[in-house]
Design a protein around this ligand. Structure first.
Ligand code: DAH
Length: 499
């Protein structure tokens, strides 16, 4: 039974003993949630510093990007000259399950030997992996590229494909739900290359040209027309064009962001999409959009119950460029409302542009980390990347919701840095520098003081950086060295004046 609580908020299901009107929503992480696209609806009109590199003076030569329709244009042998330079084409997604990428991948595999001289990562699995060299992704001299080494180092790790990892366990629990509810129907894809075209990441899902998510400040650009995908929605269009009608796509996604316990520049999402035919909505005696919306809610409520038990839920109206109507599903969990996923009825234009005219569809996207953090009681998002056996040994395939037992808590060390900002200053750029120097030793970067000197017309920011290892005690010496390096790089790279 559902009861209307607030405009745009419907509560479904009840739970004895819980107050029905508890409204505070726990936003675990804006970055690993759908709100990245939702909340920024009005934040359009980019400043100079935010503008995406498409407006850069001299775009670099385009890379071959990982996009199915382009595969026919890729060289089918290394004769393009790339091999001799040790440069490996990014060209291919690893989609053995879809039957793609055969010839390209086989020479990519051979070329892995050449590339081994450089820094190389391997993407994919199941005998269909591709290799990517660092030079392809991190190009410090190229102004259209803003990918740091720390982020390149995450490509190919595919935490979601590790059976005993909390993200792999959660992914498989979601798969089980769809397999039990729709046996043999949903196609699963979890090894697509995260390097995609700007077109796939933004245009194909109707992201407006001036939407802030396209900005250089928010997204990692490999070149002017290639990005590290910032959401798994980047694969919707290509999979539709391949004729898939029911699919789940899981992958690592990349966003420039703040630093705290719930934000990390790389996290994982799962996207789902299901098409409906005219026959289906006629048989149901409904119009196509109404059927898609009804099925969407039924399916996702079932998923939330599968993961969280008999929880109270509510639907919140929202905005996404790719859906209309659009919703967020929230559950009342551990005393708070928590966003579980974003979803909606797919825009007709996406379906028509990709060979699916005359159909309707529902789609959803969810952040795996934000759900895994509450399901497994994992207090800090950095832990997902830990290779410490005190972390990894606590989780077993098939055991959703094992509660993480903190193995130790080492003390944090705080260091402040104050400077006069310039117009171009962005907090994400600061965080990028700190992350580049301190890696996973940085726990949080918080603005603790801000004031404007009216005489000088200048604004000062003071940030507090918390350094803490999840695995060991840090020495004063090493923290001082990190902080000195942060001060030096912030001054030289950010056009600020240290105070
Ligand atoms: N791509 C969205 C994000 O990352 C999540 C999302 C929302 C995906 C709604 C969908 C959808 O497919 O229908 O913020």
């Amino acid at each position: 039974m559902s009861a209307l609580l607030l405009p745009g908020v419907v509560v479904v299901g009840t739970r004895v003993g819980l107050p029905v009107l508890a409204m505070a929503t726990l936003r675990l992480s804006s970055s690993s949630s759908s709100s990245f696209f939702a909340y920024q609806q009005q934040k359009v009109g980019l400043t100079a510093a935010q503008r995406p590199p498409s407006s850069f003076p001299s775009p670099s030569p385009p890379l071959v990007v990982c996009s199915i329709p382009d595969r026919h244009h890729l060289p089918s042998s290394p004769s393009s000259g790339e091999a001799s330079s040790g440069r490996i084409s990014l060209g291919f997604c690893t989609r053995q399950s879809l039957g793609f990428c055969t010839r390209q991948q086989s020479w990519n595999r051979k070329l892995a030997v050449v590339a081994a001289a450089a820094s190389v990562v391997e993407v994919g699995g199941g005998g269909s992996s591709s290799t990517i060299s660092r030079e392809e992704v991190v190009r410090e001299d190229d102004p259209t590229n803003n990918v740091p080494d720390t982020v390149f180092g995450k490509i190919g790790l595919q935490l979601h494909n590790r059976e005993n990892h909390p993200l792999g366990i959660l992914k498989n629990a979601i798969y089980s739900y769809f397999d039990e509810t729709f046996p043999g129907v949903f196609h699963k894809v979890d090894n697509l290359l995260p390097i995609v075209s700007v077109k796939a990441n933004f245009d194909d899902v109707l992201t407006p040209p001036d939407h802030v998510s396209r900005s250089y400040n928010d997204t990692y650009y490999v070149s002017a027309d290639t990005v590290l995908r910032c959401h798994t929605s980047a694969h919707q269009a290509e999979l539709l064009r391949q004729g898939l009608t029911h699919f789940l796509v899981t992958g690592d996604v990349y966003r420039r962001d703040a630093i705290d316990a719930t934000h990390y520049p790389v996290f994982h999402q799962m996207e789902g999409l299901r098409l409906f035919t005219q026959q289906e909505w006629e048989a149901a005696g409904m119009d196509g959009t109404a059927l898609a919306a009804q099925e969407l809610k039924k399916t996702l409520e079932g998923l939330a119950r599968h993961l969280f038990g008999d929880v109270q839920m509510r639907w919140v109206d929202t905005y996404f460029p790719f859906t209309d109507p659009s919703y967020e599903l929230e559950i009342f969990f551990q005393g708070k409302w928590m966003e579980v996923l974003g979803c909606g009825v797919t825009q007709q234009q996406i379906l028509c542009n990709n060979g699916c005219a005359g159909t309707t569809a529902w789609a959803f996207g969810l952040g795996l980390e934000r759900l895994a953090m509450v399901l497994f009681d994992i207090p800090d998002i950095r832990l997902f990347w830990s290779n410490d056996s005190r972390f990894t040994s606590q989780f077993k395939s098939g055991q959703l919701g094992t509660k993480f037992k903190s193995f130790s808590k080492y003390p944090p060390c705080y260091k402040d840095i104050s400077f006069w900002i310039s117009e171009e200053f962005s907090e994400n750029n600061l965080c990028e520098i700190v992350r580049g120097i301190a890696g996973d030793l940085v726990e949080e970067v918080v603005l603790i003081d801000e004031f404007t000197n009216p005489k000088k017309g200048k604004t000062s920011h003071c940030y507090r950086i918390a350094y803490r290892s999840m695995e060991r005690s840090l020495t004063d010496e090493e923290i001082n060295a990190l902080q000195a390096e942060v001060r030096q790089q912030v001054e030289s790279k950010l056009k600020i004046t240290l105070r």
